[in-house]
Design a protein around this ligand. Structure first.
Ligand SMILES: [Zn+2]
Ligand SMILES: [Zn+2]
Length: 408
């Protein structure tokens, strides 16, 4: 059975975004066609209580609002920070953790207390002084429940396990004997399966894709997602599908859109009057020739450093996508996705297709939308479906790439 999942998000507690209502999330999930959504921030006590009050378990390990069929899975992101013996700086890596129920979340909170970790923000830190200590922490989390899943998040970004700041070559440097328990990674917005499939330590793992969104907006939820092949709709089947790589496909950003794709410095940085992007020759030691500060190595360069050409990749189906609401806005030369015209067109399309994912998977977009939606918008939807779009300039230094669809 096919299940569209988006298993990494954040709530208002992750900072700077204000309250995000689960009812609003559920509404967007239905329009997008996301079946299962990761709640975000589930181990932060006020968030845990909120989720516990609002959601009811509808099948083992999956939760829903009253009289609503959108399903939620209990999920958080944590930041592991440790000191590896052979590294000068601390190694920091973001991870998604999936929980089978509230009981295991309460046990996780007890562990946080025991370790003396501040659990006062949506995305907490778990710090340790040595690799061994962190390895023990990972095992202690996993020992709460055999179905807890720990997944390295956005692996190639500066805060990901293989990010340029950490400069790791092998995952075992970080995980030690916990490594066999790592079954999957999240590709992140700045990388796609093509960029990761020849990296030795990743080649055999499951790749999943999630939105990592901090908003219920139509261009955020499900901007990346995974379609799993599951036995039935419950938490256990989702975890088995992830562990056994029963991934039908992932939908990905074009990596050039991601904010860390290329190496460079933005124009608004101190000491800069213009932006600098290094597409080919990266300056030595990553020192910016304008402000003399160190730059983050772009994800493209970093993945090239790690990959080994002789690896034969396992086949992985994926497509590059842009959220439909953004395609419509671009086709109407409108900047805002909240403009009335853009939303009207979106609603017309949603009356024709059951969801946005159904639209992207359809082979009869032209026929179905003909004469009901303007041809320019149809053309741009078809162009995106074919992958006929670029980002110029590409993403760099925390800035998203700028979209150009088809010949526009
Ligand atoms: Zn993160
Ligand atoms: Zn600079």
């Amino acid at each position: 059975m096919k299940l569209a999942v988006d298993l990494h998000s954040h709530s208002g507690y992750a900072g700077g975004v204000g309250q995000i209502e689960l009812t609003a999330v559920s509404k967007t999930m239905k329009l997008k066609g996301i079946d299962i959504f990761g709640t975000g921030d589930c181990i932060f006590p006020p968030r845990t209580e909120e989720l516990k009050q609002e959601l009811t378990e509808v099948s083992e390990g999956l939760f829903a609002l009253p009289r609503d069929d959108s399903k939620f899975l209990l999920q958080t992101e944590v930041i592991f920070s440790t000191k590896l013996a052979h590294k000068k700086n601390k190694t920091i890596a973001h991870h998604i953790i999936l929980f089978p129920g509230f009981e295991s979340i309460y046990e996780m909170q007890l562990l946080m207390n025991k370790w003396g970790m501040k659990n006062t923000i949506g995305r907490p830190f778990i710090t340790s002084d040595t690799q061994k200590e962190m390895e023990d922490q990972l095992f202690e989390i996993r020992n709460i429940h055999p179905l807890i899943e720990i997944i390295p998040a956005h692996v190639m970004t500066p805060d990901g396990i293989f990010g340029s700041k950490n400069d790791l070559v092998e995952l075992s440097e970080f995980y030690g004997s916990f490594l066999p328990s790592v079954k999957a990674i999240e590709t992140g917005l700045s990388a796609d399966p093509k960029m990761l499939e020849k990296i030795p330590d990743l080649a055999k793992l499951t790749f999943i894709s999630n939105s990592d969104c901090h908003s219920a907006a139509l261009n955020r939820i499900g901007r990346e997602f995974t379609i799993l092949d599951v036995e039935q709709v419950d938490y256990k089947s989702i975890i088995y599908a992830i562990r056994q790589n029963n991934v039908i496909m992932t939908a990905e950003f074009n990596p050039a859109e991601g904010r860390y794709f290329l190496t460079g410095h933005r124009a608004d940085r101190k000491g800069h009057t213009h932006e600098l992007i290094f597409a080919n020759k990266i300056p030595e030691k990553l020192i910016c020739p304008v402000c003399y500060k160190k730059m983050n190595l772009g994800v493209r360069e970093r993945s090239t450093q790690l990959k080994i050409d002789s690896i034969i990749p396992i086949p992985r189906k994926f497509m590059h996508l842009i959220p439909l609401i953004e395609v419509i806005a671009a086709s109407q030369n409108l900047k805002s996705i909240t403009s009335k015209r853009v939303r009207e067109i979106f609603d017309i399309i949603m009356n024709i297709f059951p969801s946005e994912i159904a639209l992207w998977q359809s082979d009869s977009i032209q026929v179905m939308l003909d004469k009901r939606v303007d041809q320019k918008t149809i053309n741009q939807i078809l162009a995106v479906k074919k992958g006929d779009f670029i980002f110029q300039p590409p993403g760099f230094d925390g800035t998203y790439g700028k979209l150009i669809i088809g010949d526009n």
